[in-house]
Design a protein around this ligand. Structure first.
Ligand code: NAD
Length: 239
C-alpha cells in the first residue's frame, strides 16, 4: 500500500517541488495552499495529488485538511510542515501584527498540523514529521529576527517532540535550507546573489530539488534511525 504524505504550502517553491518528488516516488500526495487555487488544482492534476485550500496559521483549517486527507487516503504517514513566509524588517519596526503573523504562519502552523496528524500516528505507532526550518533559525539573521525566531522555534519543536513520540515509533526531523532559488528570494538583487554564492563554500545557491532530496531521505525508511535532527542543506554557508 502506498504511503501518504501531507505537505503544507504546496503550490509553489519547495512545497511544489516536494509534491512532484513524492508523487514521482509513488506516494499518495495531499497538499495545502492558501490562495492560488488555479495553480494548485493544475499541480494536483499533473501529479494526481489532492489539493486542499487551508490557511496553515488557522488551527481549524489545518485540522480540516488533516481530516480530509485521512478520509481520502485512509491515513497520513508523513507530514511536511513547509508553509512559510519571510520578511526583511528592522527589529524596532516589527509591529505586534507582523510578529504574530510570522509566528502563526511559520511556527504555530507546525504545532497545529503535527498535533492533528499525531492522534492517528500514535494510534498506528508509525509516522514521520519533517519541519522546514532555515539556517537563520540556527544562527540568526539581522533584520529578520521574527523569521529567525520562528525557525529556531521549529528546531526546538522538532527536538522536544522527537523525544516525546519516539517511543511511539514516530520520527521528527528538520530540514534547514540555506539560500534556495525560490520566489521567497525574488527580492534579492543579482549582486546579493553573487555575494551569497561567494560566501558559500560550494560557490552556488541551492535548488528546490536539493531541499526535496533531503526531505525524501528523511521521509524514507533509509532514515529509520534518524530522529530529532537538523539536516542542513546550505552548501556549507553555515558549518
Ligand atoms: P515560497 O514563498 O515560494 O513558498 C512558500 C509557500 O508557503 C507558498 O506556497 C505559500 O503560499 C505558502 N504559504 C505561506 N503562508 C501560508 C499560509 N498561511 N497557509 C498556507 N500556505 C502558506 O518559499 P519557499 O522558498 O518555497 O519556502 C518554503 C519553506 O522553506 C518556507 O518555510 C521557508 O521559510 C523555507 N525556507 C526557504 C528558504 C529559501 O531560501 N527559499 C531558505 C530556508 C527556508
Amino acid at each position: 500500500m502506498s504511503k501518504t504524505v501531507l505537505i503544507t504550502g504546496g503550490s509553489r517553491g519547495i512545497g511544489r517541488c516536494a509534491v512532484k518528488a513524492f508523487a514521482n516516488n509513488g506516494y499518495n500526495v495531499a497538499f495545502t495552499y492558501l490562495n492560488s487555487e488555479e495553480k494548485a488544482e493544475k499541480l494536483a492534476t499533473e501529479c494526481s495529488a489532492f489539493a486542499i485550500k487551508a490557511d496553515a496559521s488557522n488551527s481549524k483549517d489545518v485540522s480540516n485538511a488533516v481530516d480530509l486527507t485521512i478520509k481520502k487516503f485512509s491515513k497520513i504517514d508523513i507530514l511536511v510542515n513547509n508553509a512559510g513566509i519571510d520578511e526583511f524588517c528592522l527589529f524596532t519596526d516589527i509591529t505586534d501584527e507582523k510578529w504574530h503573523k510570522m509566528i502563526d504562519t511559520n511556527l504555530s502552523s507546525a504545532f497545529y498540523a503535527s498535533r492533528s496528524v499525531l492522534k492517528d500516528m500514535i494510534k498506528r505507532q508509525d509516522g514521520v514529521i519533517i519541519n522546514i526550518s532555515s539556517m537563520w533559525g540556527e544562527v540568526g539573521a539581522s533584520c529578520e529576527v521574527h523569521y529567525s525566531v520562528s525557525k529556531a522555534g521549529l528546531i526546538g519543536l522538532t527536538k522536544a517532540l522527537a523525544k516525546e513520540v519516539g517511543p511511539s515509533n514516530i520520527r521528527v526531523n528538520c530540514v534547514s535550507p540555506g539560500v534556495i532559488d525560490t520566489d521567497m528570494n525574488a527580492h534579492l538583487t543579482n549582486e546579493d546573489i553573487e555575494q551569497l554564492k561567494n560566501d558559500t563554500p560550494l560557490g552556488k545557491i541551492g535548488t528546490c530539488e536539493d531541499v526535496c532530496n533531503a526531505i525524501l531521505f528523511l521521509a524514507s525508511d533509509k532514515a529509520s534511525f534518524v530522529t530529532g535532527q537538523v539536516l542542513g542543506v546550505n552548501g556549507g554557508y553555515i558549518i
